[in-house]
Design a protein around this ligand. Structure first.
Ligand SMILES: [Zn+2]
Length: 260
């Protein structure tokens, strides 16, 4: 009959339309493709206007290392990593996205974060000589936590970051051997005690590995990455760079200005 729908045609039509149309996650504008420094953003999650309007730290002022900012350096005492690279303070929209990835399973955001990190990293690398990266790691979850949650968001971001920059990534170098209490609400000293002996190296590192990048989604006191850095340095690594989507220091404001 004439009015009968051809389901196959309808399906094809719908999927073609859906794949060519996408809405910006922030402003709802239609986007087909967004590009950032040559990186195509996944599923065109953001329009070009919103990409340019994201609240990044001003990497040129700090030469790509937030530890060059005295207020941040003071807020992160006793750390064993040498450089800290973060996209943004823990503010909108990154705080919303990180929550959606962690609690609502929006895994496509891992690709968005890694693409933004790669683009910012490349922009910084173009203006500064940085030691070649020999290995990318992520902050591991204890196996029990991984089983309950089903994924490790730092691992998802790190894997994608390494793939886009053609760097070696190994998820099995560091293991979390202690299933600690949550770090939330603890002071830096309490966090260090809580994390003592929480990690172990599962492999002997090759002698050429001198610069390691550790990826995490959010850094608060830096204690977790610092404990891993300590182990890496004991194993012969010379430089550890911590790369994170957000930094949550209380005195870091949206403008990227740090209030001491
Ligand atoms: Zn937009």
């Amino acid at each position: 009959m004439a009015w009968k729908l051809d389901l196959r045609k309808l399906k094809t039509c719908c999927s073609n339309t859906l794949s060519s149309l996408s809405c910006c996650d922030l402003c709802g504008a239609n986007v087909s493709n967004s590009v950032l420094l040559g990186y195509s953003l996944p599923q065109a999650l953001l329009c070009q206007y919103c990409i340019n309007d994201l609240p990044y730290f001003n990497q040129s002022i700090i030469a790509g290392n937030l530890l060059n900012w005295p207020a941040i350096h003071r807020a992160l005492p006793h750390i064993h990593f040498d450089q800290l690279f973060a996209l943004s303070p823990y503010i909108y929209p990154f705080n919303k996205w990180l929550g959606q990835m962690k609690y609502l399973g929006r895994f496509e955001l891992a690709k968005l974060f890694s693409t933004l990190l790669c683009a910012q990293w490349q922009a910084m690398a173009m203006s500064k000589v940085i030691a070649p990266i020999d290995l990318v790691l992520s902050v591991p979850l204890h196996v029990k936590k991984w089983q309950i949650r089903g994924y490790n968001q730092a691992h998802l971001i790190a894997k994608s970051f390494a793939r886009q920059l053609s760097l070696p990534y190994d998820a099995n170098v560091v293991e979390r051997v202690k299933n600690n209490d949550s770090q939330m609400g603890k002071t830096g000293n309490q966090r260090r005690k809580n994390l003592a002996d929480a990690f172990s190296l599962q492999k002997k590192l090759a002698s050429h590995i001198k610069h390691v990048v550790i990826i995490d989604d959010v850094v608060t006191t830096g204690t977790t990455a610092s404990e891993i850095s300590k182990l890496l340095k004991q194993a012969g690594v010379e430089t550890v760079t911590l790369v994170t989507v957000c930094l949550t220091l209380p005195n870091v404001k949206k403008s990227g200005v740090v209030v001491a």
